[in-house]
Write a protein that binds this ligand. Structure first.
Ligand SMILES: Nc1ncnc2c1ncn2[C@@H]1O[C@H](COP(=O)(O)OP(=O)(O)O)[C@@H](O)[C@H]1O
Ligand SMILES: Nc1ncnc2c1ncn2[C@@H]1O[C@H](COP(=O)(O)OP(=O)(O)O)[C@@H](O)[C@H]1O
Ligand SMILES: Nc1ncnc2c1ncn2[C@@H]1O[C@H](COP(=O)(O)OP(=O)(O)O)[C@@H](O)[C@H]1O
Ligand SMILES: [Mg+2]
Ligand SMILES: [Mg+2]
Lengths: 112, 290, 112, 112
């Protein structure tokens, strides 16, 4: 299993979530984060306003995924989260050794 | 006999006073203490643990765990000590050192009564709490070595910590039997011969939780001071791990200067519940001696 | 060492924390997150108006744990965080290659 | 590649960020977290009653790093984030199997 961590532009969240739902992915954990990137002092559009700032609000999505779904999940996020403009974000793949569904005690892929 | 009991009480009370006094300035540097308090010498609580005036910390609390285990069992019980440590940790104490926590956790989860040797175990956590073991073993050197090291290895297993415990224990025995400062100094010189790391001349002013720094600071100020108050004030104003350097200096200076040497204002300021328990348990420890 | 990541119901946090304290675990890093999963949207009252949200506030706990403690920690979280109702959450076990205590430079299990 | 996760004191963030920029690290994802550990919280007065808030606000920084830079990054964070007082924080090194730059589709070290 893998933990897929995606840092994306906030306005893309619903789109990415829906696209993931389409391929059968339902379970997602989301947090609000601040992003610092290569482009120092670049401008970004956020809520209609242009920002020249050091950090930009981002959304971090964590999705535990069985190995055989990882590529599809990455591809889906890439395609939906992409605008082609600076700051689109990153996807990180982290090994997930074990997962547990607290409600039932199920382990492994049954848990996610 | 009465003389021994009086010095033993003074040692245990001196330790608690050193703990409560030093805790206010724990983690401050000597300079910071100077700026904030001038010469710091009143029990006022506060500090990073936001203590009430007179409140003691893990140093005294862990010592009481050992004392209670001995008096409850009517003799040495390492298992009893470990159980008391575990109950104490679960009671959400005001503070607990990282190494102590690790060892107590290992006992709670696996019943281990000795942690594996580790170079990171050269902290002062085992030395700071050994007074009851030293009192219970008095005046037997063999038993002293056995007990202070056994209780130490519950959380700390390192040659430096072991050496610190054994030598601190022997110094306490000497002080309890009324030895002169020169006699004590000669004993310390033996230690620094065998373990040059503990040498404190010249004194470098290091007062961290590293047992070498801790004992250097305690020895420097204990031999420099000419009264219980002078020894302790010098020690805690060095800052660093001040509650523990204070506790260790307090137990040594207490045994040496006796009850008459301890300023009444500090005894009054000490947590009276703790004081009462110290007074109650000390004679029991001496009586329980093998 | 492992990084144990637990996504749990917010009201369970104190209970889980206390249960971990009981087994000698004190160090925990907590973040507020939003969960999307089987537990579907609920209605929320906000400024007098009711509206449906399809995310649920969750708490994420991260606990770096020495290998020999992982099972006990997972078991403890499972038992305390569980209500048996949908949305109880997940536990993820991630490999932790190294840990450092910044204050002292200690590494490995001495750091956690 | 590794994901370096650092939990640090909030007031240290800018300093750590600048020090990382100095060694050529630009991409950082930051979140506000609550820390539970040896450093205790403060007491707060609420409706006349005093109660202890037993967590401390911390900053979590996530930095995806190529293997050859990990030691330098860890060392840099250690040196800048350290005050020597309780609560300085932790650094965790997590294996990073894959990284993707969403804007360009670049993978691996090119992505970070
Ligand atoms: N090495 C990295 N580690 C962690 N997060 C990163 C890293 N590089 C970038 N990010 C995150 O991705 C976001 C976008 O990166 P940025 O460099 O601005 O543009 P791009 O995604 O076009 O390369 C950043 O705001 C930050 O949150
Ligand atoms: N695959 C997943 N990856 C990451 N987080 C997940 C995943 N599945 C569930 N979650 C998290 O766990 C929470 C609970 O999951 P949910 O499916 O609602 O119920 P249950 O815990 O009973 O299975 C979600 O709100 C989400 O935060
Ligand atoms: N085992 C752990 N797992 C995850 N986070 C931890 C762990 N231990 C500590 N932390 C985090 O590090 C912070 C600092 O730890 P603390 O114990 O207060 O002091 P120190 O940094 O001196 O070790 C905590 O507030 C918490 O956020
Ligand atoms: Mg203490
Ligand atoms: Mg101390």
């Amino acid at each position: 299993m893998k933990l897929v961590e995606a840092i994306i532009k906030p306005f893309k969240m619903d789109e990415v979530k829906d696209a993931l739902n389409e391929i059968g992915i339902e379970g997602i954990t989301v947090s609000e984060v601040k992003g610092f990137g290569r482009q120092k002092g670049h401008t970004e559009l956020y809520r209609g306003a242009e920002y020249v700032v050091d950090f930009i609000p981002k959304i971090k999505m964590e999705i535990a995924v069985p190995d055989e779904l990882v590529n599809k999940v990455v591809e889906t996020i890439e395609n939906t989260a992409k605008t082609g403009r600076i700051g689109d974000g990153k996807i990180f793949i982290i090994p997930l050794e074990e997962a547990v569904r607290i409600r039932t005690g199920e382990k492994g892929t049954d848990a996610i | 006999n009465d003389e021994i009991l009086s010095r033993a009480r003074a040692s245990f009370i001196g330790m608690a006073i050193g703990d409560a006094l030093g805790a206010t300035v724990e983690f401050l540097t000597a300079t910071e203490i100077q700026h904030k308090f001038g010469t710091f010498k009143e029990i006022v609580g506060g500090g990073w643990l936001r203590l009430k005036p007179g409140q003691v910390t893990d140093d005294t609390q862990m010592a009481l765990c050992i004392a209670r285990a001995i008096t409850t069992a009517g003799g040495w019980s390492l298992e009893g000590i470990a159980q008391n440590f575990a109950a104490w940790l679960q009671s959400r104490p005001v503070d607990c050192g990282d190494t102590c926590r690790k060892g107590i956790r290992a006992y709670m989860l696996h019943g281990h009564l000795e942690v594996p040797p580790s170079k990171w175990d050269a902290g002062n956590g085992a030395a700071m709490r050994l007074l009851p073991a030293a009192l219970y073993a008095f005046p037997d050197k063999e038993l002293l070595s056995k007990y202070v090291v056994e209780q130490a290895h519950l959380t700390h297993n390192s040659p430096l910590s072991d050496a610190a415990c054994i030598n601190l224990g022997e110094l306490l025995h000497l002080a309890l039997s009324g030895a002169s400062k020169n006699r004590l100094r000669r004993r310390v010189d033996n230690l620094t011969e065998e373990f040059p790391a503990f040498s404190f001349t010249p004194y470098h002013g290091l007062a961290s939780g590293y047992v070498v720094d801790t004992l250097q600071t305690v020895f420097h100020w204990f031999f420099k001071g000419r009264s219980f108050e002078e020894c302790l004030v010098g020690t805690v104003n060095q800052g660093g791990d001040a509650d523990t350097t204070g506790a260790i200096c307090g137990m040594l200076a207490g045994a040496y200067y006796g009850m008459e040497g301890i300023p009444a204002r500090w005894i009054k300021k000490l947590d009276q519940k703790v004081l009462a328990e110290l007074e109650q348990v000390t004679p029991l420890l001496l009586k329980a001696r093998p």
